[in-house]
Write a protein that binds this ligand. Structure first.
Ligand code: C5P
Length: 321
């Protein structure tokens, strides 16, 4: 048996512009992702049992947070990490006919909230892609698939997974999976107000379509201002450019999030937005000291847990590299 570990970072969307709904059920996005230092630890335990069937390569999948099993994270093929390992095995099987694969057990120690708008499930999938690539390359004594193939496999798993592989600061277009690196200076400190109940991403997108059918809600697809603010490295300047087209939809489904947004402003945050599809609220602060002050003010807010973090953070990091 061998054990392989990776750190899977989370993200915030500094800008999330949502365009038209497409035939395939997705929306055209223009989004600026930034990796954050809140991260899950993903471990793949490789057994000494070998199988040729892709459907048998994953033996188990378990998620824990603070030593407790997480009931809201699926522990079967519905988990993206499970499908990530299968996707890598399938890619090797296609290249190397007759290959067999050691069976793996997936373990996730979660700090990224589940269904929180910080791409935790996608991050775990990205880490599983990278680890499975190393494991199967070593087992078969062949070259790794590499980042370009893994990025393609990532896009097949979900729209956020390619960014979670790469991290740092990137523009995402198409479904959010067509990536271009953006120049960014500085480090940004955030207080994340985590909700104890998740929000479903498809429901939030659907709500936005519903709201747009009733009222004028423009798509914000121009990232000039946020890109320039990122070049300045000044959090005060970045604060004025944060934007999320999904915010009205998330607030409509979860009116209680307004309380966290208002409390964040009152606590002196430079700006607050819904992170991705929510329900996490991301509060931008001037520096680390300011973030500690703001989180101190928010402690005790009903149904909310606050965590201090910073970005940009890298994508998947294999432990021991
Ligand atoms: O790709 P992923 O499974 O993470 O997306 C979850 C859901 O979020 C999609 O099924 C879709 O309803 C919505 N979505 C969207 N447009 C995007 C990304 C996600 O409508 N660009």
């Amino acid at each position: 048996m061998s054990i392989w570990r990776a750190t899977a970072h989370s993200k915030v969307n500094l800008h999330l512009g949502v365009g038209d709904a497409r035939e395939d059920g997705y929306h055209e996005l223009v989004t600026v992702f930034q990796g954050l230092n809140i991260a899950d630890d993903v471990t793949l335990r490789v057994q000494d049992t070998y199988v040729a069937e892709i459907a048998e390569v994953v033996q188990s999948c378990r998620a824990e947070a603070a030593g407790q099993r997480m009931l809201d994270v699926p522990e079967d093929r519905r988990n993206l990490a499970w499908r990530a390992v299968e996707a890598v095995a399938a890619a090797y099987a296609q290249k190397h006919a007759g290959a067999d694969f050691p069976v793996v057990d997936i373990h996730m120690n979660k700090r990224i909230p589940a269904a929180g708008g910080m791409a935790g499930g996608s991050a775990d999938a990205a880490a599983s892609l990278v680890l499975a690539d190393r494991i199967y390359a070593q087992h078969l004594q062949v070259a790794e698939l590499g980042m370009s193939t893994l990025t393609q496999l990532a896009a097949g798993l979900g729209a956020d997974v390619p960014f979670m592989l790469h991290g740092n600061t990137m523009l995402g277009t198409g479904r959010g999976d067509e990536l271009t690196s953006l120049m960014a200076r500085g480090n940004y400190h955030w207080v994340m107000a985590l909700s104890n109940k998740g929000l479903s991403t498809p429901e939030v997108f659907h709500k936005l379509d519903e709201l747009r059918a009733k009222e004028e809600l423009h798509a914000h697809l121009d990232i000039t201002e946020v890109s320039q603010a990122l070049l300045s490295g000044d959090p005060h300047r970045l604060a004025g450019t944060l934007h999320n087209d999904l915010q009205p939809a998330a607030l409509s489904l979860r009116p209680d999030l307004r309380t966290a947004l208002l409390a964040g402003e009152r606590a002196g945050a430079l700006a607050g937005i819904v992170s991705g599809s929510g329900p996490t609220i991301a509060l931008l602060c001037a520096d680390e000291e300011h973030a500690l002050e703001v989180s101190g003010e928010l402690v005790g807010l009903h149904g909310v847990r606050v965590v201090h973090t910073s970005g940009p953070a890298p994508g998947v990091e294999v432990v021991g590299d």
